[in-house]
Design a protein around this ligand. Structure first.
Ligand code: OGA
Ligand code: ZN
Length: 380
């Protein structure tokens, strides 16, 4: 926005709100209670938390006097002899008349198998991210919009991906520990710890709050097989939304039972969730699917047949070559993806033909988003 956006052309009052016409021609309406609530004195200077109590004024509070100051708007309120001084740039940036839906505009870029030819677009060099803030931010932005990135040439000593996670924020702990060791072992407590094929899935769907991002750090990959697969669950959900309304309806409205009761656990984790979860704005919030962790279903009898049809349809698209991206992780690669959007898997491997060792970490979406907010802090 240019300077005209932050200069007032005209101020008018209605019985409930102050209207501003800005020099760039745009109009904003600010309600009295909103203005009083957001007086700069309402916030503690250090905690930046609101200290003003909304009940300390009546619902009928109104501006007795209003005038333009130097880059500011000054309001003398009808109650408590209070005067508020608003910075114009702040007011315009917080205008909720036109741009009240920043948060609801999805920044997701959907992809299909065409991502395979653009892997360089989402690939980064470890050192560049660690060293230069600009690259670190760009990487986080791409991670949030594509839901997947690959970082090349990272160090391969054990636990070394913590350095990158700590640069973002706190990791998410789970009963698998951090990092979890993705190797083929006897008596595994998860299918990931075998050499079997893993069809595309989200990890830990039996948690109420499924871990947001997953980082799979490849320390060794010399075994035969064990190639990686990913699909964009949002892209598939979007196709279904547009073309298969009945199926979309079932997948967004049927609560599916997920569970973990592996032999090492003294807990029985159960959670019910639809496979496609929408937020209030009907944007995609989460895809939750994992054949291995789906419990014995107890969906309403008159819905079961239709559910299985919808589930099979969705599951078949997760393996469909129109959507699937297949590649091989090399030593030093760090595959980062949104575990609540991008479904991941691998082909089976021959554990006796070489070594395959990945270390896995989880970190919440909010850690990534909060970091990005911090760097683009125009709206605080
Ligand atoms: C997992 C997983 C994929 C792989 O550990 O959750 O899906 O490539 N691993 O081994
Ligand atoms: Zn997994």
């Amino acid at each position: 926005m240019n300077n005209k956006a932050f200069a007032i052309k005209k101020v008018t009052l209605s019985s409930t709100a102050v209207s501003i016409i800005w020099e760039d021609g745009k109009k904003s309406v600010f309600h009295f209670l909103w203005l009083r609530d957001n007086c700069p004195t309402s916030f503690h200077p250090d905690t930046r938390m609101r200290i003003f109590n909304i009940l300390s004024v009546s619902k009928d509070i109104y501006p007795m006097k209003i005038k333009k100051g130097n880059n500011s708007l000054i309001i003398h309120w009808s109650e408590n002899n209070h005067i508020s001084k608003y910075n114009l740039k702040w007011l315009r940036n917080h205008c909720y008349t036109n741009n009240n839906s920043h948060r609801t505009i999805s920044k997701h870029i959907f992809w299909k198998n065409n991502l395979k030819s653009k892997l360089n677009l989402i690939s980064f060099n470890y050192k560049e991210i660690i060293k230069y803030e600009k690259n670190f931010i760009k990487w986080l932005e791409l991670l949030a919009s594509y839901g997947v990135t690959i970082i090349k040439n990272s160090p391969t000593n054990s636990n070394s991906a913590f350095k990158l996670l700590n640069k973002i924020g706190h990791h998410r702990e789970t009963f698998f520990g951090t990092p979890f060791e993705v190797v083929s072992i006897p008596k595994p407590n998860n299918q990931a710890y075998t050499s079997d094929t893993l069809s595309n899935h989200s990890d830990l769907p039996y948690y109420e709050y499924v871990p947001g991002y997953q980082f799979l750090h490849c320390l060794k990959n010399t075994a035969k097989g064990g190639n990686s697969t990913i699909v964009d669950g949002f892209s598939i959900a979007n196709y279904i939304k547009k073309n298969e309304k009945e199926i979309f309806n079932i997948l967004t409205n049927t609560e599916v039972k997920f569970k973990d009761n592996d032999y090492t656990q003294k807990s029985l984790r159960i959670f019910y969730s639809p496979i496609i979860k929408l937020n209030l704005e009907k944007n995609f919030d989460e895809i939750r699917i994992n054949l291995g962790a789906m419990a014995t279903l107890d969906i309403n009898s008159n819905k079961m047949k239709r559910f299985y049809e919808a589930y099979r349809f969705f599951y078949s698209l997760l393996q469909n070559k129109k959507y699937l991206v297949k590649f091989r992780l090399s030593k030093g690669d760090l595959l980062c993806f949104d575990n609540r959007r991008v479904l991941h898997g691998r082909t089976s491997f021959d554990a006796h033909s070489g070594n395959r060792h990945l270390q896995g970490y989880y970190i919440e979406r909010e850690e990534i988003i909060s970091k990005l907010n911090y760097f683009n802090k125009t709206m605080i």
